[in-house]
Design a protein around this ligand. Structure first.
Ligand code: E4P
Length: 218
């Protein structure tokens, strides 16, 4: 499963790139707002830092303006992946660009039937929002399972990009289901390292090593 990082903060992405954990990045208008940066400048910096797809979302909601914005966003770098909302205009924009072989991420997906429409429009990625579904007492992960089943039934190429992930279990269950990608907030990536037995085991090894009085030199 690929890891995309769900942030527009360069300082959060860079250390994860150094760890070899970054297969791509996703942004959205709220994350751009939070960064306080200009969308073109920050997207260019992220694209230079990361080899994989970097999702940049349109702001418009009508087809004609989305197409204009898309052209400007795709111009930023080769690895820009356009992000459009799951609306009729968004899917028309998706089809327009996927027909040209460009990457498109369809966002704000909350049902399996919406995911079916995105695949038929040629989306590269579908972004079902599991955390926001959990927030309203729906089962976010069962949506991922349903989309996996539908896409496998018909051999759709669209990749399932699990979005709105909030904790460790969302990532683990995504991998068990066979999602193609999870986009993960940096703090959740750091949580994935954590296990109390790793911490206590390491502390014991460090203490015992000191007692040996030995050093390891090359
Ligand atoms: C990423 O593509 C989505 O926009 C993001 O995961 C949404 O996350 P949120 O529900 O935590 O805002």
């Amino acid at each position: 499963m690929k890891f995309f990082i769900d942030t527009a903060e360069i300082d959060e992405i860079r250390p994860l790139v150094d760890l070899g954990l970054v297969d791509g990045v996703t942004t959205n208008p709220s994350l751009i707002l939070k960064s306080g940066r200009d969308i073109f400048e920050v997207t260019k910096e992220i694209c230079d830092l990361v080899d994989g797809p970097v999702s940049a979302e349109v702001a418009a909601t009508d087809y004609a303006t989305m197409v204009k914005e898309a052209a400007a966003l795709y111009d930023i770098a080769e690895n820009v992946c356009l992000k459009v909302p799951l609306t009729p205009d968004g899917l028309k924009t998706c089809k327009h660009f996927s027909d040209q072989g460009k990457m498109v991420n369809v966002t704000l997906c909350f049902s399996a039937s919406q995911a079916l429409l995105a695949a038929k429009a040629g989306a590269t990625f579908i972004s079902p929002f599991v955390g926001r579904l959990d927030d309203v007492a729906h089962n976010g992960m069962s949506l991922i399972q349903d989309i996996r089943t539908i896409y496998d039934n018909y051999n759709f190429d669209t990749q399932i990009l699990v979005a709105s992930t909030r904790h460790n279990l969302h990532i683990l269950e995504s991998a068990l289901i066979g999602a193609d990608v999870a986009t993960i907030p940096p703090k959740v990536v750091h949580q994935l390292f954590k296990h109390p037995l790793t911490d206590s085991g390491l502390a014991a090894f460090v203490e015992d090593w000191k007692k040996t009085g030995q050093t390891i030199s090359g």
